[in-house]
Design a binder for this molecule. Structure first.
Ligand code: 2GN
Length: 446
């Protein structure tokens, strides 16, 4: 990473005397102390636990510097708010490294569109994109600060949990081009009305500049939020850009667009994906790629599996699955989100929580601490699975809604017996706990 300690201290306007620290290039910035390696800068954030508690571990793992909101013994940069300092640093870094920034937001399909744009641009340029779920006020700055030094094109996914989120992210990243894939439906968003969602997504203009192009759906709900004189390209039937000659197959599809000659084939089914690929082609053309390059890029696209997915059980129950990574903060966030969603009519809310792995010595306490987030007035039943989740079970001490399993087959069997068509069920746990097997089972038969 092309940032030195002195440079960082100046950007974040550190309030302590750091002049005695040896000026050196920082290797990387991490907020999870488990990921710290030699030469890194640690970022303590407020999660289930206060990140300041992990400063010692971070230094033991090789950190040479940490942000801190209080005076401490280790080499640190004293700031009022670690997250704000981190965001300011990301804003500085993107303006220093000067990649072309492409911002992507939308309800569904933003991850796919991001992957497709990156696949296209990679044909010609050093391209870096948002990894995993790093699309929020922490994840997007993290993405910026983790781009390789030679990055020419940076494709940033911007996610929205609250009104105003996209506005902030866009202001930090100052995109050169922005894409809104879709204005979603209110009930999927926990954001209020569809108009509010549109307003939130249109916050992408905040850092864009009216001379930079916004690509947006031809959905009239955005009209009142378009900035005066904003350069805008609308997509949809008979608009500026659109899909033509769509042919769907079981595992792939082919399409054309009104602005290209080549017919393109992509290795994924679903009409939405034709639109996403059409948008990626358009971005490719804008960035100077040939049609052949675009076609080649899209034919070889590898799509990220969405980490948080809505699925359906074979009996119709709604499944919210997030089973690829787990740390205490992420577990708490998904629980809060799930608990905030209204139940289906005559339906119950069930949660399945499996062990979060590799948490070290304090794993028992960290598991037990999830109890503070569990709302047993809202949840009708909680299935805990794994040796560490026993600590959470003990914390729930005899509440009949909470059950514990040591065996995945028995867990699957119990859910199979209990789950009703109107229920919603959340799954969360580390990948190593294999909850995906239970999910696959209830998707197939129940
Ligand atoms: O939701 S997130 O996963 N997120 C990341 C960014 O993109 C979007 C999504 C998320 C994760 C967010 Cl938003 C915020 C935070 Cl702070 C985190 C996060 O990583 N939280 C973590 C913890 C908390 N709270 S990671 C982590 C690992 N840590 C335990 C607490 C914790 C392992 C650990 C355990 C014991 C010690 C040190 C580390 C220890 N040190 N024990 N004694 N000394």
């Amino acid at each position: 990473m092309k940032l030195t300690i002195k440079e960082i201290a100046q950007v974040v306007q550190a309030k302590n005397d750091w002049s005695s620290y040896k000026d050196q290039e920082i290797h990387a910035i991490e907020f999870d102390s488990r990921l710290i390696t030699s030469g890194d800068l640690f970022l303590p954030l407020k999660g289930v636990r206060d990140g300041h508690d992990f400063i010692e571990t971070a230094f033991a793992n090789g950190a040479v510097l940490t942000f801190s909101e209080k005076e401490i013994e280790q080499a640190h940069l004293l700031v009022d708010d670690n997250l704000r300092a981190f965001q300011a640093l990301a804003k500085y870094y993107v303006s220093k490294m000067k990649p072309t920034v492409i911002a992507v937001t939308g309800s569904n399909g933003k991850t796919t569109t991001k992957d497709m744009i990156a696949a296209v641009l990679s044909e010609k340029y050093q391209t870096y994109k948002t990894q995993g779920n790093h699309n929020n006020e922490i994840g997007m700055p993290y993405t910026i600060l983790h781009m390789p030094d030679d990055t020419e094109k940076l494709v940033l996914e911007m996610g929205m949990d609250h009104p105003g989120d996209i506005d902030l992210l866009s202001s930090l990243a100052s995109p050169d081009l922005a894409v809104i894939t879709l204005i979603g439906e209110a009930h999927l968003e926990f954001m209020g009305s569809r108009r509010n969602i549109a307003k939130g997504k249109m916050g992408i203009q905040a850092g864009l500049g009216i001379e930079n192009e916004l690509i947006a759906p031809a959905d009239p709900i955005i009209n009142e939020f378009i900035y005066d004189n904003q350069k805008i390209t609308r997509f949809g039937a008979d608009e500026d850009i659109y899909v033509t000659q769509l042919v769907e197959h079981r595992d792939y599809l082919t399409f054309n667009s009104n602005f290209m000659n080549e017919t393109i084939s992509i290795p994924v089914p679903g009409r939405y994906n034709a639109t996403n690929a059409m948008l990626a082609s358009y971005v490719g053309l804008k960035m100077g790629l040939t049609e052949k390059e675009i076609k080649h890029g899209l034919e070889h696209v590898e799509l990220t599996r969405n980490r948080t997915e809505w699925k359906k059980a074979a009996n119709g129950a709604d499944i919210l699955a997030d089973v690829y990574n787990a740390n205490p903060t992420a577990t708490r966030l998904i629980l809060e989100t799930f608990q905030a969603i209204a139940p289906n009519e005559n339906g119950r809310k069930l949660a399945v929580l499996a062990d979060m792995l590799e948490l070290g010595e304090t794993a028992p306490q960290l598991h037990a601490s999830i109890f503070e987030t569990l709302d047993l007035d809202i949840l009708d039943k909680v299935y805990l699975y794994g040796p560490m989740m026993k600590y959470l079970y003990d914390k729930a001490a005899g509440n009949p809604k909470v059950v514990h399993f040591d065996n995945l087959d028995q867990l699957t069997e119990a859910i199979n017996t209990d789950l009703q068509p109107n229920d919603q069920i959340l799954f969360k746990g580390s990948n190593g706990m294999k909850l995906f097997q239970t999910i696959e089972h209830i998707e197939k038969e129940i």
